[in-house]
Design a protein around this ligand. Structure first.
Ligand SMILES: [Zn+2]
Length: 284
């Protein structure tokens, strides 16, 4: 299969009472390597039907394995397809690559997971702008060298065993090392950043929110170092007290645990849930 070849996929809107169907075309190269799960594709409003957007999980044979419904995610101004990306415009970069892929990239940056993006041509306006924005936005100590790499599509080799986020510049997610598809924190981070008036204000907001989260992660990291085990219930209280946060949710804890696991290579099994322990006790 040549790099240019396309595969046709019949997509049916997963919303009840809709069931609109459409054939979409995706680059065939996505499916030609050895298997590493499914390719995730965000289907925007207007592609299959005018009302809904969702994610499809497509297997190696080009068959849809599952759907996931998603809400509107990011507040961006959509541009015409052929319009170029304005220099270092976060809006335009997200518009180009897609909202769900942008959330995945932000998640990978938080987790310090390398990102590989496959491009069609040597010259990619997305490459210059995305790398430029990361340089501008990321806090100094988190600007790891080459955390984002662009490669030509023809170089997609077996990335099965690599711990990377791999995607195509048109937004197809080829591989992500995590399972979650809900990116609440990343959504808030990008929306607040997009709301700032210019790139300098954006970079300040992005960095502040990013660093605040990292402070919480490091607080938990220190607690873990000095204790045998921690209960999530206690952790929530400690975090709320320390950071004057009204409510610390299960999602907050899961995100912190995920960052500890990937960025700090910390054993998060020390963080336990008290009710589970109680249950175990009562079973014995
Ligand atoms: Zn629909």
């Amino acid at each position: 299969m040549s790099v240019e070849e396309e595969v046709e996929i019949e997509v049916k809107c997963p919303y009840e009472n809709c069931n609109s169907t459409k054939i979409i075309k995706v680059p065939g190269y996505l499916f030609k390597t050895k298997q590493f799960g499914t390719v995730k594709i965000q289907v925007n409003k207007g592609v299959v039907c005018s009302e809904h957007q969702f994610i499809i999980f497509v297997d190696k044979k080009g068959l849809i394995r599952s759907y996931e419904k998603i809400d509107a995610q990011l507040t961006i101004i959509k541009k015409a397809k052929e319009e170029p990306i304005a220099k270092l415009s976060l809006n335009d970069v997200i518009d180009k690559i897609g909202e769900f892929p942008a959330l995945n990239i932000t998640h990978a940056l938080l987790l310090n997971i390398p990102i590989v993006i496959f491009k069609n041509k040597e010259k990619s306006e997305l490459e210059d702008n995305l790398i430029g924005i990361c340089k501008k936005f990321l806090p100094k100590e988190f600007k790891e060298n080459e955390s984002i790499k662009f490669l030509l599509r023809k170089n997609l080799k077996n990335i099965e065993n690599l711990n990377v986020l791999a995607l195509d510049e048109e937004g197809y997610i080829i591989k992500s090392p995590w399972e979650i598809t809900s990116f609440e924190f990343e959504k808030e981070l990008l929306n607040k950043t997009l709301g700032a008036k210019d790139i300098n204000a954006q970079s300040i907001i992005f960095r502040q929110i990013f660093e605040n989260l990292i402070k919480k992660v490091e607080f938990v990291y220190e607690l873990l170092r000095s204790s045998e085990s921690l209960y999530e219930e206690d952790l929530k209280i400690k975090l709320a007290e320390k950071f004057l946060q009204k409510k610390v949710s299960d999602y907050d804890i899961d995100l912190i645990k995920e960052i500890l696991k990937y960025r700090y290579l910390e054993n998060v099994s020390k963080i336990k849930i008290r009710s589970f322990d109680k249950l175990k006790e009562s079973l014995w």
